[in-house]
Design a protein around this ligand. Structure first.
Ligand SMILES: Cc1cc2nc3c(=O)[nH]c(=O)nc-3n(C[C@H](O)[C@H](O)[C@H](O)COP(=O)(O)OP(=O)(O)OC[C@H]3O[C@@H](n4cnc5c(N)ncnc54)[C@H](O)[C@@H]3O)c2cc1C
Length: 372
């Protein structure tokens, strides 16, 4: 039999970050495991930590969680999650305190048939920002109100929403679901070698302890390392840092100081001299980070900008009392995402800077496309 026509029975996923576990769950929900179904193995290194950020989702996550069979209540409780109604951009047009606008998740009614922007530009409701003229979502966010009432069924909504979530706790919930519900085999082993067939397809992975993991299809979810697609197959990264200069983020987890502090239901995105700061309100803490360009901002300048922002937003002790960490990244994408019997999903396939919080949705879409 031509190897490229081999039926796929054994899928091996390398990486236990959000990409690996989401892919395992989405494939698990699509195909039955067992004799006639697909066997899925996920191997993750006990030594290489996950990236630990990625806390803002698109509304697509609702249908993904529903498909996987996780109840919204379980998800919210387990992941310390909050509802995200969009992004609140601050000081992007002028460096002035009052300069802000919403990018709400609810699009204008009938937007596919009628372009309301033309009417707004022509003067209709021009005294209001466009988003305010076409959707009530910004007004709701200003009042710290939710996009749905408590009695609305899980994943149902009045106004569209996604989530803010704790990335580590989310991977943990997905792991439980994948292993218990979809019988995914979980191995904690560091992959060191790749064995190939005469065709050039991957036959098996060999771990540091000598364990051999054979498969028909290999999904590379190994993060920036891109162990299989880049490391083994040498598929190059197409850099886009000529257009997107940011390449570092100074990230920190911030406990709430006042118990009465309202949890914001938008991601705050505040422009800075050399980048922008994200501020995500979870149930038990905030996740805050300064995405910036190292060529234009030293470590000390990044530290001072984030420290200033934290103090302005009510963190009395500032950055030094917390444990910030610097994350380096390069904006770019792999020239090919699928090569022979190996496909990359998540950071291993590419990453552009996180302004649109679009990486998790790409993982969801990639895993769904793979499952078809
Ligand atoms: C600053 C920043 C902010 C972001 N914000 C957002 C956001 O708001 N919204 C959003 O959607 N996305 C965001 N992202 C992207 C998001 O974090 C990632 O897309 C997501 O976490 C998926 O990561 P991953 O699973 O691909 O990689 P990782 O989390 O890095 O996981 C890689 C896995 O591979 C394993 N591994 C590596 N090498 C080996 C080996 N040799 N053997 C075995 N296992 C191995 C590791 O152990 C680990 O389990 C952000 C990213 C950055 C950098």
């Amino acid at each position: 039999m031509d190897e490229s026509n081999r039926p796929i029975q054994q899928v091996v996923i390398v990486g236990g970050g959000t990409a690996g576990w989401l892919t395992a769950c989405i494939l698990g929900a699509e195909f039955e495991s067992g004799e006639q179904g697909l066997a899925i193995t996920l191997v993750e290194s006990p030594d290489t930590p996950t990236i630990g950020v990625g806390e803002g989702t698109w509304p697509s996550m609702r249908s993904t969680l529903k498909k996987i069979g996780i109840s919204e209540t379980t998800f919210m409780r387990h992941c310390g999650a909050s509802l995200k109604q969009g992004t609140y951009f601050r000081q992007w047009r002028e460096d002035a305190a009052g300069d802000s606008y919403y990018h709400p998740f609810t699009p204008p009614l009938g937007y596919a048939e009628t372009n309301l922007a033309e009417h707004w530009l022509a003067g209709l409701c021009r005294d209001k920002p466009f988003a305010q003229a076409v959707t009530p979502q910004g007004a709701l966010c200003d009042r710290a109100a939710a996009p749905k009432q408590i009695g609305i069924p899980e994943y149902g909504y009045v106004l569209n929403y996604g989530y803010h979530l704790d990335a580590g706790r989310f991977a943990d919930l997905l792991q439980q679901t994948a292993t218990q519900q979809f019988e995914v085999t979980h191995l904690q082993e560091h992959v060191e070698q790749v064995e190939i067939r005469s065709s050039g397809d991957i036959d098996a992975l060999v771990t540091r302890t000598g364990k051999r993991i054979a498969g028909d299809l290999f999904v590379d979810c190994s993060g920036f390392e891109s162990l299989l697609l880049s490391g083994h197959y040498q598929v190059p990264l197409v850099p886009v840092d000529r257009y997107l200069f940011n390449n570092r983020a100074l990230a920190v987890q911030v406990p709430y100081e006042a118990t009465a502090e309202a949890i914001r239901s938008t991601t705050w995105s505040t422009a800075q001299d050399s980048g922008w700061i994200w501020d995500i309100g979870l149930r038990d803490r905030r996740g805050v980070g300064y995405v910036h360009a190292a060529d234009y901002c030293s470590d000390a300048q990044a530290h001072d900008a984030l420290d200033r922002y934290l103090k302005e937003t009510g963190v009395t002790k500032g950055l030094d009392a917390l444990a910030p960490r610097m994350i380096n990244f390069q904006s770019g994408y792999r020239q090919q995402l699928w090569h022979r019997n190996c496909v990359a999903i998540g950071l291993s396939g590419g990453f552009v800077e996180p302004l649109e919080a679009s990486a998790l949705v790409l993982i969801e879409l990639s895993a769904r496309a793979l499952g078809r």
